[in-house]
Design a protein around this ligand. Structure first.
Ligand code: HEC
Length: 246
């Protein structure tokens, strides 16, 4: 029966019987399994645990904090939220440069001697954006002098592959990379150049480019977005147009 210390313990807790001792036989023996209550195989328990763990990890990794704009890409957060994070034209321009221009003009913008002219320090790159836009839109052929060297190659036009905004971004990039310091190029400047030269099918020559206006009247479709103080310059008389392109 109970020892003296057990008696004391029982008295202290106000119990007449030692509950633990009473349960010991039951704890020692497991009940016979009954139909439908058999314990599952431990492998299943492990698999189930692993599956739960994976589910938690997956949610944590891919739920995107349950943000509406992450989970539903069609959902717009409104113009304000979009306008708050404008695309940096230099970042976009660098990516486009790597995909569209780097193969010829090289990563350092220095081109290849005798083959591809440099963009770093080039007076063409730092010059009028309207001319630059024309070069990228329709390409260039024949002799050209860049940084004191003469080149005579072929550059393809990209009018059908790049949007006005993309061309503006890549031009902005080349005007600010490799130590170049010129103003960014706006999409509407490229749009104006595209409109003014829409009939053109062949690459430019330097002689043709020099006859082109250095600034285009902005297209009617975007004229509404022009600031009042910045009306399109009237300095582009029809006489400067080359007969070839019209
Ligand atoms: C297939 C090669 C090639 C690709 C791609 C190319 N260019 Fe050119 N680029 C040339 C060549 C060749 C010339 C010189 C053409 C000539 O000799 O008449 C040139 C000339 C130029 C010029 C005027 C001369 C100068 O060095 O400043 C500019 C500006 C220019 N390219 C910008 C670009 C931009 C921006 C891109 C990408 C959107 C691009 N090029 C893609 C080959 C290329």
């Amino acid at each position: 029966m109970n020892t003296a210390s057990e008696e004391k313990n029982l008295a202290e807790h106000g119990e007449l019987y030692d509950v633990q001792a009473m349960h010991a036989p039951i704890m020692r023996e497991r009940a016979e399994p009954r139909d439908g209550y058999e314990p599952i195989h431990p492998v299943w328990a492990l698999l189930f645990g692993a599956f739960l763990f994976w589910g938690g990890w997956y949610l944590g990794r891919y739920s995107g904090d349950f943000r509406v704009d992450v989970l539903d890409e069609k959902k717009s957060l409104g113009a304000a939220a979009v306008a708050a994070q404008p695309i940096d034209p230099v970042v976009l321009g660098e990516r486009l440069y790597q995909g569209r221009c780097l193969a010829c003009h090289q990563a350092d913008g220095k081109g290849r001697p005798g083959q591809f002219p440099p963009l770093a320090g080039s007076e063409w790159v730092l010059g009028p954006p309207a001319t630059l836009a024309r070069i990228v839109l329709h390409g260039l052929q024949g002799k050209i002098n860049v940084n004191g060297e003469t080149y005579n190659g072929q550059m393809p036009g990209m009018a059908s592959q790049l949007t006005d905004a993309q061309i503006a971004a890549v031009l902005t990039y080349i005007r600010q990379a490799w130590g170049n310091q010129a103003d960014p190029v706006e999409g509407k400047v490229v749009a104006a150049a595209r409109q003014a030269t829409s009939a053109r099918k062949t690459q430019w020559t330097v002689a043709e480019l020099e006859q082109q206006p250095k600034e285009d009247p902005l297209p009617a479709t975007t004229a509404g977005s022009v600031e009042p103080g910045k009306a399109p310059p009237a300095a582009t008389p029809p006489a400067t147009k080359t007969p070839k392109n019209n």
